[in-house]
Design a protein around this ligand. Sequence first.
Ligand SMILES: *Cc1c(COP(=O)(O)O)cnc(C)c1O
Length: 231
Amino acid sequence: MISDNINKTREKIAQAASRCGRSPEDIKLVAVSKRFPASVIKEAFAGGQTLFGENYIQEVQQKRAEVPAGVHFHFIGHLQTNKAKIAAESCTMIETVDRLKLARVLGKHLEKLSTSMDILVQVNIGEDSNKSGVSVNDTEKLLLELKSIPQIRVCGLMTIPPIEPSPEDSRPHFRNLRLLADELSGKDLFADDKRIELSMGMSGDFHIAIEEGATIVRVGTAIFGNRPARK
Ligand SMILES: *Cc1c(COP(=O)(O)O)cnc(C)c1O
């Protein structure tokens, strides 16, 4: 069942990509497994899914110990500075770096581990006071500051836009993130200006996000069903 849902999601990704002349291989699917047990990840992994999204660091730590080494975790939740060490040890990418302090602490732990890490900068695209993420106006400044931390590679931007009544209403938020990335490209702020990652779009609206340039979509419910309550 899970692998059927993954296949259906991949098909929808391919359809959205072809509608706008993009290649489906340009879009990574992060299967958001938060609140589901490790057994669910193992089942999806057996069906060929390798990238998973988690938003609670203790959960990543627990699941990391239970799943095969080929499973990669993207951290997509708010990361507390005192959890940066676990994140450095157990994740492939942190999508939610939104402040210099966190990046510095992350850099120190990565240095001790003699490694480096891909990250995204989370932007509060809807300027929603309840949401984390750096404001649009402060994004360039943060990107400049992050250049002083050699252990992190800034691969692009991520956003969680405000909840809208219909998927189409999310389009302007996705477009604004892409326009911001366009504006910041060519300024030596990203690891690779030819491929600035844009992580945007969830179960209800990833097709719209792809039309607006998403390179990473984060899909939970459409793959795993309704999430169990947090214990
Ligand atoms: C939970 C979550 C998702 C997945 O949401 P669905 O609507 O279940 O697809 C995507 N991104 C973030 C940051 C999340 O926390």
